[in-house]
Design a protein around this ligand. Structure first.
Ligand code: AMP
Length: 182
């Protein structure tokens, strides 16, 4: 099911803009209003299911924390496993980690070392709510490769098209954004 212009309008209108959060100058894209709107959430998940059901995925990897919501729902619909990629210090077992640069300083994401064990050739879809600079997703895609899986595509509900994150990420993985934001 590809999205019509009016479908996209439903999704865009279901996402709330919060100016100056978490700091001045940032417009935060709040997806809680989309999640609580059963018709918009269902439209989005049916679209993602339709796109990915023929990709022969074995897992969805979701980025901490909003990627968990869409990722876990989609994994259940597709009948595949779900793997969390978390901020440093949250995963309890042995991890592999990857640092990435922020505007000021560095951050770090982790994955369990055995996240895809038991599957010969894991084929993984990476998912998050939004791609801005792409640093988080770039590190997450590298983590998937580091633990021996193929990252087939990176999927975002929204892409901030005025930032260069998507083109940088496209150097290492296919990228799909449901909605582009100017
Ligand atoms: P980046 O690494 O710059 O691509 O940032 C992506 C991560 O930060 C994602 O996990 C997003 O949920 C979050 N994020 C960045 N900018 C925004 C924004 N304007 N609104 C909501 N979430 C954002």
């Amino acid at each position: 099911m590809s999205l019509t212009i009016s479908d996209k309008a439903v999704l865009i209108n279901a996402i709330r803009d919060i100016p100056d959060f978490p700091k001045p100058g940032i417009v935060f894209k709040d997806i809680t209003t989309l999640l609580s709107d059963k018709d918009a959430f269902s439209l989005l998940m049916r679209h993602l299911h339709e796109r990915y059901h023929s990709y022969n995925l074995t897992h969805i990897a979701g980025i901490d924390a909003r990627g968990f919501i869409f990722g876990a729902a989609l994994a259940q619909m597709l009948g595949v496993g779900f793997v969390p990629i978390r901020k440093k210090g949250k995963l309890p077992y042995t991890t592999v980690s990857e640092k990435y640069s922020l505007e000021y300083g560095v951050d770090e994401v982790e994955i369990h070392i055995d996240a895809f064990s038991g599957v010969d050739t894991p084929r993984v879809l990476l998912i998050d709510d939004l791609i801005a600079t792409g640093g988080t997703a770039y590190a997450a895609a590298n983590l998937i490769t580091k633990v021996g899986a193929e990252c087939v595509e990176a999927c975002f509900i929204m892409g901030l098209d005025f930032l260069s994150g998507q083109s940088k990420l496209r150097d290492i993985v296919e990228v799909y954004t449901v909605i582009g934001v100017d």
